[in-house]
Ligand binder design. Structure first.
Ligand SMILES: *Cc1c(COP(=O)(O)O)cnc(C)c1O
Length: 381
């Protein structure tokens, strides 16, 4: 049986063959431990990790010494948020107030929930109809003891981008630490931790044509308020913030993926935006029952999210065979409840269940989008 066309690039991306080629030697002849200081196996691995750190830093306009390797965005989010909370509560003996948004990935929302057990005061900011956090909302929630906020760069279900520069400026003005989960944003929206005043940023290899199981956390060590207590203890790697022998092939892959993302930034986003807008226009102009979720323009170049009126789930599944897309509640899990992200932007439950996320990618071709288009139209014939 032929495999369906992959249009689920917000869930994960295919490893770029160039990334794979770059990683290969580090599984084979260059297998050293970068912590081994007494022979060339260690030195080669150390150099490879150093070079990768430079590439990831470049993508963020950061200093390489502010990049810390992790296993992915989930771990980066946990180290950032819990690390700050642990420092504030145990070392500073304060009860901090922290803010996040209602449409964050579970890898932020559930960490915030856990912070409440630690004694933190948590506010969940509602979002506007497009899924963006507004400054006026943050201002309403702000308290004397607001220590940090976590607001995602771009949403994984509806592709909406937040106004990072404005949020960063607001944080700076009020001396609040700013963390952003940028797993979806890398290579798709320009990220500059300097001009955006970002203190902590999480990213993930497998969302940017790199390998799974590797990610990074940017930490603005120049801001004295950014103090993280480690969550794990061991051999002291990564400045003691994230101990454990480094995943050298993965790190090399993430470095190469970052390099390619920067190199192809304009070309790739232009291609995806054009395919995205073509599909959106075709569907909205031919199917009156269709509605686009998220922001019409301030959205990821690779994300489309539709809801369809008067469509049963069974018809949906049948009509879309041949396409690997994410539909309805399947967006988040196997549960039958509708997406909390769609509900947060005011999509009614029934409509939220009849929704479809289409994730374009580096390897998506015009023919793939044409087929997707005709399948969606076919649902309403
Ligand atoms: C995929 C994703 C994560 C989780 O990343 P992993 O590297 O798989 O742990 C976190 N946040 C967002 C916004 C994501 O899209």
């Amino acid at each position: 049986m032929e495999k369906p066309i992959y249009l689920d690039n917000n869930a994960t991306t295919k490893l770029d063959p160039r990334v794979f080629e770059k990683m290969k030697p580090y599984f084979e002849e260059e297998f050293g431990n970068p912590a081994s200081q007494s022979h060339c196996y260690g030195w080669e691995a150390e150099l490879a990790v150093k070079n990768a750190r430079v590439e990831v830093a470049k993508l963020l306009n950061a200093s390489p010494k502010h990049i810390f390797w992790t296993s992915g965005a989930t771990e980066s989010n946990n180290i950032a948020i819990l690390g700050l909370i642990k420092h504030l509560i145990y070392s500073q003996k304060v009860k901090p107030h922290i803010i996040t948004s209602s449409v964050e990935h579970k890898a932020v929302l559930d960490v915030f929930k856990h912070c409440e057990n630690f004694g933190a005061e948590v506010s969940i900011a509602p979002v506007n109809e497009f899924g963006q956090v507004e400054l006026s909302t943050l201002e309403d929630l702000r308290k004397e003891n607001t220590a940090f906020i976590s607001v995602m760069a771009a949403n994984n279900e509806i592709g909406t981008c937040n106004k990072l520069e404005a949020i960063g400026a607001w944080c700076k003005k009020h001396d609040i630490v700013f963390h952003t989960d940028a797993a979806q944003a890398m290579g798709k929206i320009p990220i500059n931790v300097e001009t955006m005043n970002i203190d902590l940023l999480s990213l993930s290899g497998h969302k940017m044509y790199g390998p799974k199981g590797v990610g990074a956390l940017y930490v603005n060590l120049d801001n004295p308020k950014v103090k993280l207590s480690p969550l794990m203890f061991g051999g002291g790697q990564e400045g003691g913030l994230r101990p454990g022998t480094l995943n050298v092939p993965g790190i090399v892959g993430l470095g190469e993926a970052s390099k390619i993302a920067l190199l192809q930034f304009d070309e790739e986003n232009k291609k995806n935006c054009s395919l995205r807008d073509h599909l959106i226009n075709e569907v909205l102009s031919n199917i009156p029952q269709a509605k686009l979720n998220g922001h019409p323009t301030e959205r990821l170049s690779n994300n489309i999210n539709f809801s369809f009126k008067d469509l049963s789930a069974d018809l949906f599944a049948l009509g879309l065979s041949g396409l690997a897309v994410s539909s309805g509640s399947a967006c988040s899990s196997k549960s039958s409840s509708s997406s909390y992200v769609l509900r947060a932007i005011g999509v009614e439950d029934k409509l939220a269940k009849a929704s479809l996320r289409i994730g374009l990618g580096r390897f998506t071709k015009k023919e793939d989008i044409d087929l997707c288009c005709s399948k969606i139209k076919g649902l309403f014939k």
